[in-house]
Write a protein that binds this ligand. Sequence first.
Ligand code: PLP
Length: 414
Amino acid sequence: MNTTKTDRIDVLRIRDDFPILKREIAPGIPLVYLDSTATSQKPLAVIRAMNEYYERNNANIHRGVHTLAEEATAQYEAAREKIARFIGARKSREVIFVRNTTEAINLVAFSWGRKFLQRGDRILLTEMEHHSNLVPWQMLAQEKELFLDFIPVTNEGLLDLSEIEQFLEQKPKIVAITHMSNVLGTINPIRQITRLAHAAGALVLVDGAQSVPHLPVNVQDLDVDFLAFSAHKMLGPTGIGALYGKEELLEAMPPFLGGGDMIKKVYLRSFSPNDLPHKFEAGTPAIAEAIGFGAAVDYLSRVGMERVAAHEYELIGYALEALSEIEGVKVYGPSAEQKGGVASFTMRGVHPHDVSQILDSEGIAVRAGHHCAMPLHEKFGLPATTRASFYLYNTREEVDQLVRGLAKVKKIFG
Ligand code: PLP
């Protein structure tokens, strides 16, 4: 790609890098992929990096002295360094490879939480969390008899921060919060929240599953204690994600899973844990996937995250305006200024599953359901919504196709 950071994204050129975007869903019906919030598509650079690893370098890492083992280890660790740089971590040992965002949050809940939380302690969450930033805390709360509090969401889909000081006066030990809602698209003011939370003595875990793929995210600027994200939502493969944690916190935490690689010494009745980051990476990891993750981060860095965010800002503004003109369609969440490229909506009198089925017949891939955020849907009195989401490879023409598809839905349902 031959672009500079100041110009706009050349979407057509970018689309050329994604073989799947040339697919037809039926003869003459090209794919319009508007489901990147669930998982993104993958560029050739990622697919090739993984293929090349299997074709040339495949070996288990950290244990061998033969050439392939050394190459595989070097590539795996190089990927960790790229990811650390991408999020502005001080050191690559602050980046732990995990399977996904879900596993990253479980790691913190069950390693940090089991060691440092006591009966009666409080955890502060929000009403807009994905199930993966709710259920692990619920499980821990049940196990250790903790209290969960929730920052409410306003009707506009923003966090109601007017009450945050009251919640913080109750001295929660951790605030676990999404950076960007996967339903409303809301971008939360993480820097403001970390400042307040730290002043009250709480740590902050940020669910970056939607922010790291779509916005410039720097863990030092935001001063987050933990950040969880998944490769598959940011052009990388499934099966790999990352947990960033401040070094001193990770050092103080016990291992999460036990087995090979996470140890220094093992005796029949005891073991000594390995150094960071290996202490948290038990067993053979997803090596090809880590290398693919590194290639994805290279790709996004070449495009520039400011430009990715600017492109999506323009698309969501265009989409919100177009959707607001369709009678009976209601989009949830704040205006384009406060959100990322996610439009969850309902259409009066039509079930979201029917909407997405008819759109699929036009080649348009959107998602229908509660998007793993049942409490948030309940708050808005909705069993489900239809969600269209955008990424760097989407175009205004695709938004127009969505609008035409919705006109067809209306026609069918009268
Ligand atoms: N958090 C948010 C905000 C998400 O959107 C998602 C996935 O949709 C997750 C967490 C969970 O990600 P994963 O399934 O990759 O663990």
